[in-house]
Every structure is written in structure tokens, then in C-alpha cells.
Design a protein around this ligand. Structure first.
Ligand SMILES: NC(=O)C1=CN([C@@H]2O[C@H](COP(=O)(O)OP(=O)(O)OC[C@H]3O[C@@H](n4cnc5c(N)ncnc54)[C@H](OP(=O)(O)O)[C@@H]3O)[C@@H](O)[C@H]2O)C=CC1
Ligand SMILES: CC(C)=CCC[C@@H](C)[C@H]1CC[C@H]2C3=C(CC[C@]12C)[C@@]1(C)CCC(=O)C[C@@H]1CC3
Length: 346
């Protein structure tokens, strides 16, 4: 078992969203690196030695304050899941809630805030190849969740104020995967179990970033440790990826085959699938008062599965000294091993 390093007083931090997939990995790495961690989350998490847990809604400033007491550094990686598809909730938590987090940080005397944003803040459903951070925010984001992530990122970066001694930075990960992920592998396996994972959308050559969770954690910690008044990173966003763009369908196939399912083989033209998804989505809207159904193939998912969207992490390499610590191959192997219950026939 790994021994934890004893925390120094300047290594006190809080992780808002620390019970979630990314948050949990982040908390474990922070403990390994000698931080003392306080977790704030709406969801109860299993206990970790050395962590003080505070349960509450981040929209409630009074509930947040005890978790931020004597803390100089805050990571904000809480968000409702995109799949919840609840506009009012996205707006309340990602926009108003983030304003509350900022106010609470000021009141508690927090000096640094690292936000988990998303690379999708610049994605409009059409190809992005090696996109850099200077791409404009999407005017037509792929969904409302992403719309609120854009506003959230702007709020946090604009709050960076060297005079007030409050520094901020945003990490933009893309396609996070790894042990404990509640989205990517479970959705994929569910689709395969329902017999809907037979078709490749388009010619299958579109490249996408999938980022192993430990690399995303590494990017967050580097950003936190480099965030100083004299550093060029203040108030800026950073892409964090595996730096190994992969064909979307090769990645999916590798995970599926690793778990004992067949890889998709047949091809359908992108425009046809997108058109059908659009039609289904319209039907689901029209029929909503009578029956409720959630199509697997939403226009947003088809766009994610059928276009190029990969990003450059050169800025993170230059300013943060970032380099992925786990390769895509190893990440996939470790992920597949961590889901014995999702194996074919389990
Ligand atoms: N996963 C991915 O591929 C990507 C994720 N991101 C961003 O990374 C961050 C972490 O994502 P991920 O770990 O996947 O998500 P998770 O849903 O696993 O974790 C988010 C955590 O925040 C909690 N939470 C939600 N609402 C509130 C609230 N009002 N107050 C306090 N806690 C709350 C969630 O609880 P509950 O589960 O009960 O809602 C959950 O424990 C998010 O900001 C997301 O937008 C960005 C790019 C890609
Ligand atoms: C790269 C990236 C941004 C990944 C984020 C996670 C999800 C959006 C994907 C995880 C599993 C994916 C998936 C599909 C779309 C995108 C995901 C939900 C499909 C529904 C696309 C159409 C299919 O043929 C089935 C796919 C199942 C898995």
C-alpha cells in the first residue's frame, strides 16, 4: 500500500465535486502528494483517510463556507451530468452556482481557483483538428449543458484579479475515461447490449481525443502549482488531452472487444444518420406530452461520433510543463480491467 506524505500547512485545498468520477481521482492524487483535502459534494462519497467531507449544494454559500475554511486552493469540478438533460439545473448549478462558489472563495480568503471546464466550449458539431485555446467560444454549442459550461468558464477566468490576490485558471479536458467513469463505458456497453453497436457512422476515420483520467488530474495539479501572480497562466484556459488523437471508432471498438463484445462493422453515411437522429429528436419533442422516449442516437451524439474533434495541448506543455503520464493503450487496458461487471455475459 502507498504511504501518504504528511500535509504541510500551505497544502490545504478543497475539491468541489470531489465525490464524482474526476473529483475522486483528483482527491486521491492530492492526498498522495501531501495535500490535506476537504471535499464538498451533493453526493455522499465513500470515506478516504485524511479527507474531511462536507455534503451540500454548491448553490448554497453558507453550506460551502465550512469546506473552504483555512483553504488557499480550490478545485471546482462539480456539474450535473450532461445526460440529465435538465436546462434549469444546468443553469442553476453551472452558472448561478459558480457565481456562488466565486463569492464563497472571496469570503473565505481563498487565493487560487482551478475550474474544470471542457474542450467542447468551442465545438459546434463540425470538424475541429488540433484546435488551440484561441478558437472562439461556440456560438451554437452542441447542447445546453455546454452553453452553461461556456458561461461558467468566462465567469471564472474574468474573476482572476492579481490586485485582490485571487487567481484563476481553467482546465479543458476532452472525453475523460478511466476506472469509475459513470458515462462513457456504461453508455457504450448499454448500447452494445441492446444490439445497437453494429454500425460505424461515416467512414470511421474521424479523430477524437479521449483522455485518461489520471492525465486530467495531472493537468489540474500542475495548473494549481504553477498558478502564481507572476505566472502567464493566470486567467487562461488550457486543453488537457492524451496528446494521442485516435479514431473514434477504433477507440470504441478496442473497449468493446476488451470487454468481450463485437466491434461495429457496417458503415452508414454521416448525413443519413444525422438526419434520422434529427427526425427522431423532433418526434420525441412532439410526442412528449403523450409518450416519453429518449433516443440513443441524438444529433449531438451523432456529431460527437462522426466528426473530428481533437485539440492541441501545446500551451499546457509550454506553460504548465504538462506531458501525459499514462498512454492511451495503458489507459484503455486499465479501464477495461476495472469493469468486470460490464463484461459480455457477466
Ligand atoms: N466526463 C467527461 O468526459 C468530461 C467532464 N468535464 C467536466 O469535468 C467535471 C467533472 O466531471 P465528471 O467527474 O465526469 O462528473 P461527475 O458527475 O462524475 O462528478 C460531478 C460531481 O459533482 C456533483 N454535483 C452536481 N451538482 C452539484 C451541486 N449542486 N453541488 C455540489 N455537487 C454537485 C455530482 O453529484 P451527482 O452525481 O449527485 O450529480 C458529482 O458527484 C465537470 O465539471 C464536467 O463538466 C469536462 C469534459 C469532459
Ligand atoms: C469524445 C467525447 C466527447 C466523449 C464523451 C462521452 C460521450 C459523449 C460518448 C461516450 C459513449 C459515446 C457513444 C456514442 C456517442 C458519444 C458517446 C455517448 C454513440 C451513441 C454514437 C452513436 C452510436 O453508434 C453509438 C455510440 C455509443 C457510444
Amino acid at each position: 500500500m502507498a504511504t501518504r506524505i504528511r500535509p504541510q500547512s500551505n497544502k490545504r485545498c478543497a475539491v468541489i465535486g470531489g465525490s464524482g468520477f474526476l473529483g475522486r481521482h483528483l482527491v486521491e492524487k492530492l492526498l498522495d502528494r501531501g495535500y490535506s483535502v476537504s471535499v464538498f459534494d451533493i453526493r455522499q462519497s465513500s470515506e478516504l483517510p485524511g479527507v474531511s467531507f462536507h455534503q451540500g449544494d454548491l448553490c448554497d454559500q453558507q453550506a460551502l463556507l465550512p469546506a473552504l475554511k483555512d483553504v488557499s486552493l480550490v478545485f471546482h469540478c462539480a456539474s450535473p451530468a450532461p445526460a440529465s438533460d435538465d436546462r434549469a439545473l444546468f443553469e442553476r448549478v453551472n452558472i448561478q452556482g459558480t457565481q456562488t462558489v466565486l463569492r464563497a472563495c472571496m469570503e473565505a480568503g481563498v487565493q487560487k481557483l482551478v475550474l474544470t471546464s471542457s474542450a467542447s466550449v468551442v465545438f459546434e458539431g463540425t470538424d475541429i483538428k488540433n484546435g488551440r485555446e484561441d478558437l472562439p467560444y461556440a456560438k451554437k454549442p452542441i447542447d445546453y449543458y455546454t452553453q452553461t459550461k461556456i458561461v461558467q468558464e468566462k465567469l471564472v477566468l474574468e474573476a482572476c484579479d492579481k490586485q485582490k490576490g485571487f487567481l484563476t485558471v481553467a482546465i479543458r479536458p476532452h472525453g475523460i475515461f478511466g476506472p469509475g467513469d459513470p458515462q462513457l463505458v456504461p453508455i457504450l456497453v448499454d448500447t452494445a447490449r441492446r444490439g445497437k453497436m453494429k454500425v460505424i457512422i461515416g467512414d470511421g476515420s474521424n479523430l477524437v481525443d479521449f483522455t485518461f483520467v489520471e492525465n486530467v488530474v495531472h493537468g489540474h495539479i500542475l495548473a494549481a502549482e504553477r498558478l502564481r501572480p507572476d505566472s502567464p497562466i493566470c486567467g487562461k484556459p488550457y486543453h488537457i488531452t492524451n496528446d494521442e488523437p485516435v479514431r473514434f471508432w477504433d477507440f470504441m471498438s478496442e473497449v468493446l472487444v476488451g470487454l468481450g463484445y463485437a466491434a461495429p462493422r457496417y458503415h452508414l453515411p454521416y448525413a443519413l444518420v444525422y438526419g434520422l437522429a434529427l427526425l427522431l429528436w423532433l418526434l420525441s419533442l412532439i410526442l412528449r406530452p403523450l409518450i416519453s422516449f429518449k433516443p440513443t442516437f441524438t444529433p449531438m451524439r451523432v456529431a460527437l461520433a462522426g466528426t473530428h474533434h481533437y485539440y492541441s495541448c501545446e500551451r499546457a506543455k509550454e506553460d504548465l510543463g504538462y506531458k501525459p503520464v499514462v498512454s492511451l493503450k495503458e489507459g484503455i487496458e486499465r479501464t477495461v480491467k476495472s469493469y468486470p461487471h460490464l463484461r459480455h455475459g457477466a
